[in-house]
Design a protein around this ligand. Structure first.
Ligand code: 5RP
Length: 230
């Protein structure tokens, strides 16, 4: 099985947790794209659920699949949230935001009674940090904010719309009108909760891609089949 097939298998397993009439938080990214495809295959589910989408892209995918969406604030709570991740460590802490949607993803996760993370096996790590940590920041002072984060032991690169970060082209702008810093820490992240606390206190940080204690069920697509951990 290849990586995308493993994402698809995890998404299919997660779709079975969604039942008729649920309020569903939809994450963002390619694994969630597979989830939406799976949800759309079940007419009874597709036509009765209401979804809060964590990105404009996800909202477009849901609409194209015939799944009704509503603004996040229309929901008092969500029955379930299902989202991908960039890394999940041995203690079920995770990093997210590779697609730049981390802020709304955290809202959707926060509001859900049952939070499911779906990944392929390459995302399972013993310690976080090999994948640069995305941090959403206000656009006012990206250099100043980056310097504060670099003082914590990282290289903080402003995300651009193209792959050449030094090209001087237009910064990537999130759905919330903010920027993203991709922060590569020199050491593995030994204590994600402590790092998150420090980052949250940094002037200019809107939200971090560290998701602390936010997984109820982890579904992993592996070459040996799907593993579910709760
Ligand atoms: C987007 C995210 C995604 O969940 C994460 O990047 C994983 O993406 P994919 O499912 O495409 O591997 O956090 O902001």
């Amino acid at each position: 099985m290849n990586q995308d097939a493993n994402k698809q298998a995890a998404a299919k397993e997660a779709a079975a947790y969604v039942t008729e009439g649920m309020a569903v938080g939809l994450g963002s990214g390619s694994t969630v794209f597979h989830l939406i495809e799976e949800l759309a295959k079940n007419d009874a589910v597709r036509t009765t659920i209401r979804a809060a989408a964590s990105s404009e892209e996800t909202a477009e995918w849901a609409a194209a699949a015939g799944i009704a969406t509503a603004p996040f604030d229309d929901f008092d709570e969500l029955d379930i949230s299902i989202d991908g991740a960039d890394e999940v460590d041995a203690a079920y802490q995770m990093t997210k935001g590779g697609g730049g949607a981390l802020l709304r993803e955290k809202f959707v996760n926060d509001a859900a009674k049952h939070r499911i993370t779906i990944i392929d096996e390459t995302k399972r790590v013993s310690e976080l940090g090999a994948y640069p940590l995305p941090i959403e920041i206000v656009p006012y002072a990206p250099k100043y904010t980056a310097a504060q984060i670099e003082a914590l032991g990282s290289t903080a690169r402003l995300r651009y719309n193209d792959t050449d970060v030094d090209s001087g082209s237009v910064p990537y702008v999130t759905d919330n009108g903010n920027y993203i810093l991709d922060c590569a820490f020199t050491e593995p992240i030994k204590d994600p909760a402590k790092l998150d606390e420090k980052l949250q206190q940094t002037l200019g940080v809107v939200e971090t891609g560290l998701f602390i204690n936010r997984i109820d069920t982890l579904i992993i697509g592996t070459s040996a089949g799907v593993q579910t951990e709760t």
